[in-house]
Design a protein around this ligand. Structure first.
Ligand SMILES: C[S@@+](CC[C@H](N)C(=O)[O-])C[C@H]1O[C@@H](n2cnc3c(N)ncnc32)[C@H](O)[C@@H]1O
Length: 209
């Protein structure tokens, strides 16, 4: 990963946290799955690592691990990283320049609307303005579902003090606080939480724990 820029509010997840998040996003994927990673580049990088192609590492010492991952994830979903940091342009077509303050400034919003059945967001700021703007756009990206918003898998990683706002913004989608406590490589001074609209191997909802 690139060095963190504090100016851009960058605090990378620990490897273990990025892996747990990526694994939950990949659970049950099909070749039609599309995963939106919003301002969470280390989760994106870990998704790529888990999906890495056998060919690219043939002869490499991780061959056995890669074969296991390949068996585990026989299909490759489309990944899209929405990020403001241009360094991530190295990921070419997977990268979409995204500034939550100007959410409509995409090259081709038509292909993104309603396209994603899995979304993870880690908004850069613990403010109502930022959280609401990220939520507004995540709602545009969610795959349309008959009757309910709840069928797109949603993960929100953000501060503990955003809990009531997160429940309000994502309530209709079934989002709740989970038992999973994301960790960061350099620690964080504020309490951090993972919210999601599904339970899985990685977490339960705190209300059910
Ligand atoms: C709190 S960090 C989350 C990173 C995550 N913990 C990870 O390890 O991938 C917030 C992210 O938002 C991005 N960001 C900063 N300003 C932004 C903006 N105006 N619009 C969209 N994303 C922004 C940063 O580059 C950073 O990747």
């Amino acid at each position: 990963m690139f060095a963190e820029s504090w100016q851009d509010s960058q605090f990378w997840y620990s490897d273990q946290t990025a892996t747990i998040l990526a694994e939950q996003l990949l659970e049950g994927i099909t070749s039609d799955s599309r995963i939106a990673v919003v301002s969470a580049p280390s989760a994106y990088v870990q998704l790529r690592n888990l999906l890495v192609s056998l060919c690219s590492l043939r002869g490499g010492k991780r061959l056995i691990v890669v074969q296991n991952d390949k068996e585990r994830y026989p299909v490759r979903p489309k990944l899209t990283l929405f990020e403001i940091d241009e360094r991530f342009e190295v990921f070419k077509d997977d990268f979409v320049m995204y500034d939550f303050k100007n959410p409509l400034k995409f090259d081709d919003p038509g292909t993104l609307k309603g396209a994603f059945d899995r979304i993870i967001c880690d908004p850069p700021f613990l403010s109502e303005d930022c959280q609401s703007k990220v939520r507004w756009l995540a709602r545009q990206w969610q795959a349309p579902q008959a009757g309910s918003e709840g069928s797109t898998k949603l993960i929100l990683c953000t501060g503990e003090r955003m809990e009531s706002l997160a429940h309000k913004l994502y309530g209709k989608a079934g989002l709740q606080t989970t038992t999973f406590l994301p960790e960061h490589t350099k620690g964080l001074s504020n309490e951090f939480r993972c919210y999601a609209n599904f339970e899985c191997d990685g977490w339960k909802w705190t209300a059910n724990a």
